[in-house]
Design a protein around this ligand. Structure first.
Ligand code: SF4
Length: 231
């Protein structure tokens, strides 16, 4: 795995390639970002951004959303997918915010992940982008890209989060995640576009891919030599 210094330099270069990296979800408050991030699961930020303006007009805060019924909410979020589960989670989350936090979004990881439907990735998004608390969300893009480059080594998002946080200053956590997400969306896609990548010379995956394949013709010749020696 890359050293801390190498990791920071790689992130520097990726930030230079993606100077506009930020969350693509539209929001004005921590509550709106929490709702938008929950809706973005198994969906796209663009799709969520189409749904949220009307949703936030109708439910501007936790109190109004807590009073919503699934039959009211489901049609409004239908296009983001998994609308029944999301509706249940959103109403549960809003109800817990009202009951336990005076309707405000708490600025702590422990309190956020205790809310219905809120996992570590969602909590980190809200902490880092809306509450000024350093957070490094690890989604499927961060997981794929960081493992390919060699700045992390695990299939477990929580382990990758810990590995990256250990070598990056807290002030860089959120932007580093945004940068890796954008790199995964634009360049290091499931089929990567390595020739367009700013850190191709440093990437473990790219180096392995460019290594020459073993010379298959040599093996039968060697076996033939062994057979001749035995006979
Ligand atoms: S070189 Fe290729 S595999 Fe490596 S980070 Fe860049 S796009 Fe991804």
């Amino acid at each position: 795995m890359k050293t801390a210094r190498e990791t920071r330099e790689i992130i520097d270069r990726l930030e230079a390639q993606h100077p506009d990296a930020d969350t693509e979800l539209h929001f004005r408050t921590a509550f709106e970002l929490l709702v938008a991030t929950m809706l973005s699961a198994q969906s796209t930020d663009q799709r969520v951004n189409m749904v949220t303006p009307a949703l936030f007009t109708r439910y501007p805060d936790a109190g109004t959303l807590a009073r919503a019924t699934p039959s009211e909410l489901e049609p409004q979020i239908h296009s983001t997918g998994f609308f029944r589960a999301k509706s249940k989670a959103l109403i549960g989350m809003a109800t817990a915010l009202v009951a336990e936090h005076g309707g405000e979004v708490p600025a702590s990881m422990d309190a956020l992940v205790a809310l219905p439907g809120v996992g570590r990735k969602t909590a980190n998004v809200v902490l880092g982008h809306a509450l000024g608390v350093p957070g490094l969300p690890v989604d499927r893009h961060v997981l794929r890209v960081s493992n390919r480059i060699g700045i992390a080594e695990s299939d477990d998002p929580e382990v990758v989060e810990a590995q990256l946080c250990a070598v990056l200053p807290k002030a860089r956590w959120t932007r580093s995640s945004d940068t890796l997400i954008l790199h995964g969306r634009r360049i290091c896609k499931p089929t990567p576009r390595c020739t367009e990548c700013a850190i191709e010379d440093e990437c473990v995956f790219a180096r392995a891919a460019s290594r020459p394949a073993p010379d298959r013709k040599a093996r039968p010749a060697t076996s033939a030599r062994r057979r001749r020696r035995r006979s």
